[in-house]
Ligand binder design. Structure first.
Ligand code: ZN
Length: 105
């Protein structure tokens, strides 16, 4: 479950709307502001990514909006400045920063 997912490496498989957003920011001008705008734009189409200290985006992935187990909408809250989304039905937690899903049986 800990497999590193980075859809930046599978550019061609991405929906056109995502490719359009990436193309818009693909001008080599990597600033934190640009990165934040990129993340904001990606989230409007259900995706997100991280960026490193050099303002290089990485870790592009689909936003988890529904519980992978029961498909109900996740409740979002902030813990230690990290956004966590939790399923109230089964207790599964999804951490936005890492994209990791924790299942709590
Ligand atoms: Zn659930």
């Amino acid at each position: 479950m800990n497999e590193e997912i980075d859809l930046f490496e599978q550019y061609k498989t991405l929906p056109q709307e995502v490719q359009n957003i990436l193309a818009k920011y693909d001008d080599g001008d990597n600033t934190y502001e640009n990165c934040q705008n990129l993340v904001n734009d990606l989230e409007t189409v259900g995706y997100t990514c991280n960026y490193d200290l050099d303002a290089m985006p990485y870790g592009l992935r689909k936003l988890v909006l529904d519980c992978p187990l029961c498909n109900c909408a996740l409740t979002s809250f902030i813990e230690d400045s990290t956004e966590i989304r939790e399923c109230e039905a089964c207790g599964a937690e999804w951490e936005k920063t890492t994209g990791e899903i924790t299942l709590n049986p």
